[in-house]
Design a protein around this ligand. Structure first.
Ligand code: DP6
Length: 360
């Protein structure tokens, strides 16, 4: 595996910290939608992707997290955490966050000095089917880095975000892309300068103006939590008969994306984003055991969109994450006519609609 000059040790701080008895930090982080998807990770290393991915961060879909820390009476390796979502105590997230803290404790030794209360709010309704782990894990990682800064560690702005992304990755892969706004890349790719498997970077190349003003309308087709978690789906890629080809094509698709982002070829962009989404779902359907995340209404939305595109010649394309909900991507100039069409032709297929700018 090729990595940048940095390795895990780069993020380990040997410095002695000040001791602050208590404090509060607050951070905000956006969710993201991948254009080239991350699906599959190394088995022998923690959270290392098998192909590079690129996403847009979503302006209106975010999490705000307040992290309250107070000194433990006696230092111990256990983490005492309390978690509140929109003011309600949520014990169901405790195990996941505790695992995350254990995973990052080696890089953030000061965490073991404190007890924590995590208060978090999403701009999108809880359990509406939008994965909140990207925005919530990244907001929490930013809070942890803010503590590291407050405890006297001198951090450059660049290192602050790099380590926040590194920590987020250890919590959830796609979360590491949420540290930055705009187009963000995670995973080494030979044609993307500075790309790394350890953390994300802002997309470093020229982007045609058409891609700087895109909208994403998320159609919530299914509000229920996913039956198969992404972590399980990634695992199934390990002995997937088509995995090798998928990783090869994902890398080639990234080459195409680099060229499309430069030339501004919107129809090619749309074709590629839709192809990536359907490939992701094809991987799920051909896993062993196989499974299916799309619902009848997911397909109704896709077919209605394809018919509309032929009739109207509008540039509107879909993307899917690992669930049933549909993201519609289109340039801001088309907003009025597309909202009208969504309201007249798609409302009956979905429970809720959220529109957001794709941050650039
Ligand atoms: C389909 O980041 O949720 O959204 O690393 O196991 O937490 P873990 O997986 P996760 O996988 C998300 C995959 C995806 C595609 C993408 O966002 O790139």
């Amino acid at each position: 595996m090729i990595l940048n000059s940095e390795n895990n040790g780069f993020f380990f701080s040997k410095k002695k910290y000040f001791i602050e008895s208590n404090g509060t930090v607050t951070k905000k982080s956006h969710s993201n939608i991948a254009l080239i998807k991350y699906w599959g990770k190394h088995t022998k290393e923690i959270q290392i992707p098998l192909n590079s991915s690129i996403s847009y961060s979503l302006e209106q879909v975010y999490t705000v997290t307040r992290l309250i820390y107070y000194m433990k009476k006696k230092k111990s390796k256990n983490f005492s955490l309390k978690i509140f979502l929109s003011g309600e105590k949520k014990n169901i997230f405790l195990q996941k966050i505790r695992n995350f803290f254990h995973r990052i404790a080696y890089y953030c030794s000061y965490l073991q000095d404190y007890n924590f209360i995590i208060e978090t709010h999403n701009t999108f309704p809880h359990s509406c089917g939008i994965a909140s782990s990207a925005s919530s894990i990244s907001a929490l990682s930013l809070c942890i880095m803010e503590i590291e800064k407050k405890l006297g560690s001198f951090l450059t702005k660049e290192f602050f975000f790099k380590k926040a992304s590194f920590l987020s990755r250890l919590g959830s892969g796609s979360a590491c892309r949420s540290i930055y706004s705009g187009l963000v890349v995670w995973g080494y790719h030979k044609y993307i300068k500075g790309s790394s498997n350890l953390y994300s970077i802002r997309y470093p190349y020229q982007v045609h103006p058409i891609f700087t003003k895109m909208l994403d309308t998320i159609l919530i087709v299914d509000e229920k939590p996913k039956k198969i978690l992404s972590s399980k789906g990634h695992q199934l890629m390990n002995r997937h008969p088509y995995a090798k080809e998928r990783f090869k094509y994902a890398n080639q698709n990234m080459n195409r994306m680099i060229s499309i982002l430069k030339t501004g070829d919107l129809p090619e962009f749309g074709k590629l984003v839709e192809y990536e989404s359907l490939t992701l779902h094809a991987m799920m359907m051909t896993s062993n055991p196989y499974y299916l995340c799309m619902k009848p209404n997911t397909l109704s939305v896709i077919h209605t969109l394809w018919d509309f595109r032929i009739e109207s010649k509008k540039n509107i394309y879909f993307s899917l994450d690992a669930g049933a909900n549909v993201h519609l991507l289109y340039p801001i100039q088309e907003k009025t006519s597309i909202s009208k069409w969504i309201n007249s032709d798609l409302l009956s297929y979905c429970k809720q609609i959220i529109t957001s700018f794709c941050i650039y």
